[in-house]
Design a protein. Structure first.
Lengths: 322, 274
């Protein structure tokens, strides 16, 4: 039996307006605005501690916003949390799954919690187990599952009630490359079937591969938002990375600065947004040679989301400094 | 591979009392299964009370002749009620520690993310402890019976003691769950456990109040465990009486209601702080 309020929702499934969350003096989220459109995979990209999970926890009713407003599937997360909960699926960061229960038992428990009628429960659980490739392991205790299997079960649990919006909080953190690709394929398939997906990640490749649109968050603020290709194009020139001996860094920087704006890079390496692209590399090498600089490594990279992140924040996503 | 079609809208089941009951029963089933899937966790609360009963019977056999001691066949018969209460107190911490583990590992968040009543989450978690407490009571009575632990009130008395064991487990489980909810730490729950032991020793569990003096006697007089144990002991030694029924059932029920309300308050506080 379904309620009258289960009619398809036609607006944007996720809308946040000036959403703020403070933990005492710590300002975890500083008034973010975002809209996720129906049928999108929306990537939320940022380093650890940027505020990604806090935003997801507010949107999924686990945390109350300090101020601001968020609507999910047409309902206010603060005023109608139960209506939100019945329409969203959530796979949290740590795949919190009871290790003493079997996959089948957990799916059936989840089905009861979401009010799935008993006559549909078995078929739904079996279909989901097959979908995520866990049929053979269905009656084994979860404690014996690998990390990838737990993530897949977590995803199946989030789908038991066929949610309108699916939240995936760092779904592939700690997974091996094969498990990661397998989970990406599943997310794409779900999205093709009409599920709106909001995905948080600290992996550039994941955001680039999966997301239709991306918001980059740093220190509780959204610093860039758009389609991955548009964001990358906004950075402009490719980045030329040059490694020279440490005692030549200052002189090399002076040479490179003539070819474009210096960009944040890992320590010991210099980066420049190379005006003229690949054709200008020969000139750079000649000038470096004329300055008696010993080039140890040279690499030209097309603009990446990391460049977008660096451009917006002044630091690289994965621990590099400006 | 079969494909479960993801519909363009979610199947939303409206709230009803029946659904809330189904949800609570499902969570109770989980908590019960968990207890029996961890034999290493359960065994001490089954073995140690029996060990203490055997030790008491061999060490304190002559104390039954002391003035103030009720008429008993043996010290073992006298200590049946204490064994049941002691075992149930031991065991009831298991459920609360499991709740703390749920909070620590995030499973509690999974439950909170579902459209389930918050009271149902709490009761469902504690139901396993209650069932385990009742089974423990039956186990202790069955094991001590052949060694002289006869129950004068017969089947009715046994049934009352078993039900009482379940209610005590629920009451203490709820109390310890408050610690779990406040701290979110299984270690804190285990750390609070010795307080139950102190409560047990400052009661008439091991010796009648008539043999006590001074402050110890006053504490035992006010200690609800004294009255609970004495109710069960009356069923063991004297047969069925209304007063025994009241003490064995009503006292733990009153504590149970108070401790569940306290645990609910703690849960509301925790959720409001989020």
């Amino acid at each position: 039996m379904t309620s009258a309020s289960s009619a398809p929702f036609s607006g944007a499934p996720i809308v946040a307006e000036n959403l703020v969350r403070h933990f005492g003096d710590v300002k975890a989220v500083n008034g973010i605005n975002l809209t996720v459109n129906a049928g999108e995979i929306f990537g939320f990209l940022g380093p650890n501690g940027a505020g990604k999970s806090t935003v997801v926890r507010m949107l999924t009713t686990l945390l109350r916003p300090t101020s601001g407003k968020a609507m999910v599937a047409g309902f206010d997360v603060a005023k109608n949390p139960d209506d939100v909960r019945r329409r969203i699926g959530v796979a949290l960061q740590d795949a919190a799954i009871d290790p003493l229960m079997t996959g089948t038992e957990l799916l059936r428990l989840q089905a009861v919690l979401y009010g799935i009628p008993a006559n549909k429960m078995k078929a739904r659980a079996n279909d989901l187990l097959e979908r995520v490739g866990l049929t053979a392991a269905a009656d084994r205790r979860v404690g014996t599952y690998s990390g990838g299997m737990r993530r897949r079960l977590d995803l199946a649990l989030a789908l038991i009630h066929q949610p309108t919006v699916l939240f995936l909080d760092e779904p592939t953190t700690g997974l091996d490359p094969m498990s990661r690709i397998s989970l990406w394929e599943e997310v794409r398939r779900l999205n093709k079937e009409g599920t709106t997906v909001m995905l948080t990640t600290q992996y550039l490749e994941e955001a680039d591969q999966l997301a239709d649109r991306i918001a980059i968050i740093d220190q509780g603020n959204i610093v860039r938002e758009g389609k991955p290709q548009d964001l990358k194009a906004s950075v402009g020139f490719p980045t030329l990375l040059v490694t020279v001996p440490n005692d030549q860094l200052d002189r090399a920087k002076a040479v490179l600065a003539a070819f474009g704006d210096m960009r944040p890079t890992a320590e010991g390496t210099l980066g420049v947004g190379l005006r003229g692209g690949a054709e200008a590399v020969t000139d750079v090498v000649r000038k470096m040679d004329e300055a008696s600089l010993r080039v140890q490594h040279l690499e030209l990279n097309e603009p990446s989301l990391d460049d977008v992140f660096a451009d917006a924040t002044g630091h690289r996503l994965e621990g590099a400094k400006a | 591979m079969s494909v479960l079609a993801m519909s363009d809208h979610t199947e939303v089941t409206p709230h009803s009392f029946g659904l809330a009951v189904r949800q609570t029963v499902a969570m109770a089933k989980r908590s019960t299964l968990e207890i029996f899937r961890q034999p290493a966790l359960v065994a001490p609360s089954m073995i140690f009370p029996i060990f203490f009963a055997a030790l008491g019977a061999s060490s304190f056999g002559k104390t039954t002749d002391l003035p103030g001691f009720p008429k008993v066949d043996s010290f073992l018969q006298f200590s049946i009620a204490a064994t049941v209460v002691q075992g149930v107190l031991f065991g009831s911490v298991t459920g609360a520690a499991a709740l703390a583990t749920d909070i620590q590992n995030g499973f509690f968040d999974r439950l909170l993310l579902s459209p389930t009543t918050r009271t149902g989450i709490l009761i469902g978690r504690l139901a396993g402890s209650a069932i385990f407490g009742a089974l423990q009571a039956a186990f202790f009575i069955a094991v001590l019976w052949p060694f002289g632990g006869t129950i004068e009130s017969g089947f009715i008395g046994i049934a009352i003691m078993v039900v009482s064991g379940g209610i005590v487990a629920l009451a203490i489980g709820a109390l310890m769950s408050s610690v779990a909810i406040r701290t979110g730490s299984a270690e804190a729950v285990q750390g609070a456990f010795p307080l139950l032991f102190v409560l047990l020793f400052f009661s008439s569990a091991f010796f009648p109040r008539e043999t006590m003096t001074g402050a110890y006697r006053k504490i035992a007089d006010f200690n609800p465990i004294s009255h609970l144990v004495e109710g069960m002991r009356e069923l063991v030694l004297s047969g069925y009486t209304t007063s025994a029924l009241m003490k064995a059932i009503l006292i733990p029920t009153a504590v149970c209601i108070a401790s569940i309300l306290f645990a609910q308050t703690e849960l509301r506080r925790r959720l409001a702080a989020k």
